[in-house]
Design a protein around this ligand. Structure first.
Ligand code: MSP
Length: 512
């Protein structure tokens, strides 16, 4: 039996070009996907675009373009984001694809057969921006406009014939499910939020619309289109060839290991989605992780607020790996985090240039001068050598557990700590003073190179390109890398040639 791991990003609304919030959801998912691959898992990593609904229809109308054409254009910019951000996704799904339409209509039919759906009339508040229905107590008036208390987006009154999903009957079963699966929703603060929402009582959910047409048609009643969230959530199984639940992909990868999402779409993923699945007799995902928002100053970065940091501009200016590293290290994962170019520059200078870059640079140039760019013969390891080698070598269990709980900051901080110790080791051992004890000098260089190898493997999921540049000095390629190999202290072969290395990160001149 192979080891399988399935992780998904939210599928993005192609109503505007990608911004840093989207980049963030995708990068953190990519780090986890890459880690799992290093750890020997067969990984399916899905992303894509969510193309139906009134929000998209209106955005297309504003431009005077047919919605499908409109989506074709913007969806491409999200697809290209995979290249720009070096995402290792294995699939990209669009909800306008046949495979998805088939899958959604099938799920609908099953829910209907199981008597989970009925036809009635909806009257209530709807936010087009959130594509969400809100109760009266979730609405407030702001300057004469009705808005959602939570998201602040405008709501409009809707009254029309609609199909309903019997969500209310799942209230107790969902609570039992959360209870039996304490790690279904992480972080814990979000879990509590969801549980109290469900405990406050679930109403049946309107799952079709009649007053516009941009969506997937309800089977057997083409006057209705399927609610965009029932449509969108189903993407996670459409990509595994649902409704064919006997096929290998579905069998290996469902239930998903992690749906990575932003906290604003928690209710859809942690309440509606498991309820739909349980009602259709399908297993719910194993984990929904609701990360925080990327803030610009104190506010959520969003198109409507006009405070977008464009990921493409940042990548162009500073390079991709610095951005990836910065988001992982400086945003407290699970919470909101405000980002700025200033903080990014500090992070590049201190962690990347001074810590990682410097370690690699000085060990290799010392090797060049004293060991001819060869892996030296090592002597017996001393206590100090073993201390630093073991620090990384023994961390496998801890780091796996950090990744499995999506404790991305703890994972990153551990690496920073090791880098600090590795630099200190090289300083304290003073190999430049050991020219008369060549065996000791060689051993210190050997240990330092081993540490660089190990740490670069740990960094590989976060900064794949740069870490690979370093690992290539040992002739290692991406496919050779194994997380488990961090436990070996003598994997480098004496007398093998190593390559020189260019500056990894340029320090940014700062005026202050
Ligand atoms: N289409 C839905 C998701 C459907 S998933 C079945 C959607 N799309 S979105 O484009 O509006 O947002 C996608 C993701 O980006 C969400 O997880 C959202 O939280 C995230 N972000 C959007 N702005 C964000 C920030 N400023 N910061 C961090 N992430 C935020 O919702």
């Amino acid at each position: 039996m192979g080891k399988y791991f399935y992780i998904t990003t939210p599928i993005y609304y192609p109503s505007a070009r990608p911004h840093m919030g989207h980049a963030y959801s995708s990068i953190v998912s990519d780090v986890i996907a890459r880690f799992k691959r290093l750890d020997g898992y067969n990984v399916e990593f899905l992303t894509g675009t969510d193309e139906h609904g009134l929000k998209i229809q209106r955005a297309a109308e504003e431009k005077g373009i047919d919605p499908k054409k409109f989506c074709d254009e913007i969806s491409k910019t999200f697809r290209n984001l995979s290249n720009t951000l070096n995402l290792s996704n294995t699939d990209f799904i669009r909800t306008t694809e046949d495979r998805h339409v088939k899958s959604v209509q099938n799920l609908w039919k099953i829910l209907e057969e199981k008597n989970e759906i009925y036809l009635s009339k909806y009257s209530g508040w709807y936010s087009v921006s959130d594509e969400a229905f809100y109760n009266e107590d979730e609405i407030k008036e702001d300057n004469g406009v009705n808005i959602s208390v939570n998201s602040g987006s405008k709501v409009e009154w809707v009254e029309e014939e609609s199909y309903f999903f019997k969500l209310s009957k799942w209230e107790k079963k969902l609570l039992k499910f959360y209870d039996e699966n304490p790690n279904f929703i992480l972080p814990n603060s979000r879990r509590n939020e969801v549980i109290s929402f469900v405990k406050s009582g679930l109403k049946d959910l309107s799952i079709s619309r009649k007053s516009f047409s941009w969506g997937i048609k309800v089977p057997n009643n083409n006057d209705h289109i399927i609610y965009v969230w029932l449509d969108a959530l189903t993407n996670y199984i459409s990509a595994l060839n649902y409704p064919d639940t006997k096929n290998k992909k579905y069998k290996n990868f469902w239930p998903a290991d992690v749906h990575m999402i932003g906290k604003d779409i928690l209710r859809f993923h942690a309440v509606y989605w498991p309820a739909f699945l349980l009602a259709a007799d399908l297993p719910p995902p194993k984990r929904v992780y609701g990360h925080g928002w990327i803030l610009s100053g104190e506010e959520k970065m969003s198109k409507s607020k006009g405070n977008i940091l464009d990921p493409l501009e940042i990548v162009e200016k500073y390079g991709l790996d610095p951005l990836r590293y910065y988001l992982l290290k400086e945003v407290s994962f699970g919470n909101d985090g405000s980002i700025s170019q200033d903080k990014l520059e500090n992070c590049i200078n201190s962690d990347l240039a001074n810590n990682y870059g410097n370690l690699c640079q000085r060990v290799i140039s010392f090797n060049e001068k004293n060991c001819n760019l060869l892996i030296p013969e090592k002597n017996k390891f001393e206590k100090e050598d073993l201390l630093i080698l073991n620090k990384v070598g023994d961390s496998g269990k801890l780091l796996r557990s950090h990744m499995d709980r999506q404790e991305l900051n703890l994972y990153t901080n551990f690496i920073v700590d090791c880098l600090f110790d590795a630099n200190k080791y090289f300083n304290d051992q003073e190999p430049w003073k050991k020219k008369s004890d060549i065996k000791r000098l060689n051993t210190i260089v050997y240990v330092s190179l081993e540490i660089i190898r190990k740490i670069s493997i740990l960094l590989n999921p976060i900064i794949p390109e740069t870490s690979l540049k370093v690992l290539e000095i040992f002739n290692l390629k991406q496919n050779d890398l194994k997380f488990d190999s961090i436990k070996y202290h003598e994997s480098l072969k004496s007398n093998d040639k190593i390559k020189k290395i260019d500056i990894l990160f340029k320090k940014i001149e700062k005026n202050d």
